[in-house]
Design a protein around this ligand. Structure first.
Ligand code: 5GP
Ligand code: MN
Length: 320
């Protein structure tokens, strides 16, 4: 790993014109790691752009980005692409995955990342891609404060559930302590990250939770959101985030499943577990991915069939 990070260090020192990107429908780690990588390059005096296939969700509009985020990718306009938090090249979106000409630096912490870059720094040891950007900043002697620190903090709390999941390592807490020493105010920034709910979102969560169903003596919890439920509550598909974690709060639940209808033939799924139960392997049966305790993907079916399919896969794994 030391070798990979020093290769990246060398490329950054000796090149210019980087394109920073992350996965579509960006989460806190994606937004935070893109922002902090931008501030890192800015501190190095480098030219860079940021591209994401999706627009930055409303709940992250408070995040100060180092430059505007483009939604269009023009192949060949940069020297290197830096892909952050992408378990797979497809996660950057169809356009870049199909048409990228530039060499890619792949910085990621997902299990099963195939190493799609020319340089691959991939390790599940790290809590978040943001944590990896912080390690790189240390190597490059860049002080982690201000907006750079905010991006890293957002990334780390998003992927560790505010330091509650199993990936909360001593290094994560030491880095958090350093960010606070360097000026981050956890009370203020946590409020910005957490208190983003709309009334529509509250109503959607209420509706979905009422309908939650349980299998295998409550060991599996399943919650789902259809297009019709979004219309009825006025919520957006982004508002489904977090439902799966609430479902995992049920005492009997070992695997929490949430399903979101994208269209008549596509359902997005999320899986969550605790401890030794590996939901990444369950997601892999649908070509999805992620981590041992948090994974996701797409099921190409209607909602009714998707429910049956995922329930059967999860039951089989739990009973094996
Ligand atoms: P979420 O359920 O919050 O969308 O995602 C949980 C984890 O699963 C994240 O680490 C994310 O990277 C991964 N994940 C979600 N959707 C997909 C997908 O379609 N493909 C792959 N490979 N991983 C996914
Ligand atoms: Mn991540």
């Amino acid at each position: 790993m030391i070798q990979k990070i020093s290769e990246i260090e060398q490329i950054i020192r000796t090149h210019d014109e980087f394109l920073i990107t992350s996965h579509e429908n960006p989460d806190g780690d994606a937004v935070g790691s893109m922002a902090s990588m931008g501030y890192l390059l800015k501190a190095m005096g480098k030219k860079f752009s940021i591209y994401n296939a999706s627009r930055i969700p409303d709940k992250f509009q408070w995040v100060k980005m180092p430059c505007p985020v483009d939604n269009q990718y023009f192949p060949g306009s940069h020297s290197w692409i830096i892909a952050l938090d992408c378990g797979d090249l497809k996660r950057t979106g169809e356009k870049l995955a199909a048409e990228a000409i530039e060499p890619i630096i792949n910085i990621d912490h997902h299990h099963g990342n195939p190493g799609f870059g020319q340089i691959n720094w991939v390790s599940t040891h790290y809590s978040s891609a943001g944590e990896m950007v912080a390690r790189l900043a240390d190597r490059l002697d860049i002080r982690i404060n201000g907006h750079l620190a905010e991006g890293i903090y957002l990334a780390m709390v998003s992927d560790t559930g505010f330091f509650s999941f199993g990936n909360t390592s001593p290094e994560v807490l030491e880095l958090a302590a350093k960010l606070i020493r360097n000026g981050i105010n956890p009370g203020l920034i946590n409020a910005k990250i957490l208190n983003q709910w709309s009334v529509e979102r509250l109503h959607l969560h209420g509706l979905a939770m009422q309908q939650a169903i349980f299998y295998l003596n409550g060991r599996i919890g399943l919650i789902w959101v259809t297009r019709e439920m979004l219309e009825r509550t006025g919520a957006s598909s982004e508002d489904c985030e977090g439902l799966v974690n609430t479902l995992r709060n049920v005492k009997s639940v070992e695997v929490a499943i949430s399903l979101r209808e994208e269209d008549a033939k596509r359902v997005k799924f999320s899986l969550r577990s605790t401890g030794r139960i590996n939901v990444q392997r369950m997601a892999a049966e649908f070509d999805g991915g992620g981590h041992k305790n948090a994974s996701g993907g797409i099921i190409y079916a209607d909602m009714k069939n998707a429910r049956t399919m995922i329930k059967e896969v999860v039951s089989r794994h739990l009973q094996a």
